[in-house]
Design a protein around this ligand. Structure first.
Ligand SMILES: Cc1cc2nc3c(=O)[nH]c(=O)nc-3n(C[C@H](O)[C@H](O)[C@H](O)COP(=O)(O)OP(=O)(O)OC[C@H]3O[C@@H](n4cnc5c(N)ncnc54)[C@H](O)[C@@H]3O)c2cc1C
Length: 347
């Protein structure tokens, strides 16, 4: 991650690159010009060219949270900025700088190996470190905002590098300033802050059940990591076997009044309180109640073990996926009066 020394080599350009193996839905996609970004210093010159030639552009990490059209014209930036190191320590925390192209799960495993604890609940989330702040990845009662000190980005509008503090990122449930302002900032590095005083977080139902079944009331970080890997492997489809982007819809957050009204009509509605005291509904339950679990429509379908996941049975297109998503959204709206928002980014 060397930004300011000698001029870097230009990024490797591959014309007409097939991206089927680079998006977890397994969609057939052609990128007109794919640029492999291995050094942040490549970005200013590349964006000069992009602007001069009026190319459209987008960033792709691991492709695990995107719905891609058959053709991506202009420039597609493949993030391959590597590197992970401890940069400093203070009394309470250890700080890490990690390149945007590093694989997320590999980072979690590496921190655990170094006895830098805290990320274990987020094991096995597919994708790259650079994408983690975009939707503030979260799982099993933890969100990455809790561990982000800052995010270094390239601002394509001003052609400068800037650092966002955690507060600047305006993180919220599956959301951030970056997600609300797409096509401007490219994450090049994330600075993590891991507290030295570690506490297990096993309040989330799946984890709590896992440890109560084996009578372990004080699991270690390694045990939590292993449990999360086991639970996820059982529950979620492996994109290498069947294309998907994980949870397809966000869990809707309701205010107290709307929730009370819903509860009167549907007393068994599955929900849990969120950090702001509002009520999060289990979107998977809503979809299941509308009868979609395990349903197949042509090349797309709803995963048989988890109604929140839309799967590609082989030759689906973005249009097939979005059409099924719309049918599900309409059905949930009609039955429950609740709006489901799509989680993956439609590029
Ligand atoms: C099986 C499965 C399970 C999942 N489970 C979870 C889960 O538990 N919790 C969760 O939060 N998510 C989950 N996801 C979603 C996904 O793993 C995360 O959103 C992940 O952070 C996406 O990383 P990526 O590198 O694949 O991003 P991509 O899919 O490549 O990109 C996602 C978005 O981020 C943008 N982007 C990517 N890299 C950069 C960058 N360097 N700078 C700026 N923008 C960038 C892209 O343009 C796009 O808009 C799951 C997905 C799958 C397939």
């Amino acid at each position: 991650m060397n930004c300011a020394k000698n001029a870097p080599l230009p990024p490797k350009l591959t014309p007409n690159l097939g991206l089927k193996s680079r998006n977890t839905f397994g969609l057939e996609v052609n990128a007109e010009r794919a640029f492999e970004i291995s050094d942040p210093a490549q970005l200013p010159a590349l964006f000069k060219e992009i602007n001069e030639k009026h190319w459209s552009w987008r960033v792709l990490g691991g492709g695990s949270n995107v719905i891609l059209p058959p053709n991506l014209d202009g420039a597609t930036l493949l993030m391959n900025i590597m590197g992970q190191e401890v940069i400093r320590e203070d009394e309470g925390n250890t700080y890490l700088a990690v390149g945007a192209g590093v694989n997320w799960h590999d980072l979690v495993a590496w921190t655990l190996h170094k006895q830098l604890l805290g990320l274990e609940n987020l094991a096995l989330i597919p994708g790259t470190v650079g994408a983690a702040p975009i939707q503030n990845i979260g799982a099993y009662g933890v969100e990455i905002t809790q561990y982000i000190d800052g995010v270094e980005v390239f601002d394509s509008k001003t052609n400068t590098f800037i650092t966002f503090s955690n507060e600047d990122c305006q993180f919220a449930y599956r959301d951030s300033f970056f997600k609300r302002n797409p096509n401007r900032f490219i994450v090049i590095k994330v600075i993590f802050k891991l507290p030295k005083a570690w506490q297990a977080r096993v309040h989330y139902a799946d984890l709590a059940n896992f440890f109560s079944e084996i009578s372990n009331s004080k699991p270690s970080a390694q045990e939590i990591f292993d449990a999360v890997c086991q639970i996820r492997t059982k529950k979620l489809p492996d994109p290498k076997v069947i294309g998907n982007a994980g949870s397809f819809f966000q869990n809707p957050v309701l205010g107290e009044d709307q929730y009370e009204q819903l509860l009167q009509k549907f007393p068994n509605v599955v929900s849990y309180p969120d950090a702001d005291g509002q009520c999060k509904l289990a979107a998977g339950w809503l979809i299941d109640q509308c009868g979609f679990k395990g349903q197949r429509v042509g090349e797309v379908g709803v995963y048989e073990k988890q109604a929140l996941v839309i799967v590609n049975h082989g030759n689906a297109t973005a249009a097939d996926i979005l059409s099924l998503a719309k049918t599900i959204q309409d059905s949930v709206q009609e039955k429950f009066g609740v709006t489901l928002d799509i989680e993956p980014n439609i590029l």
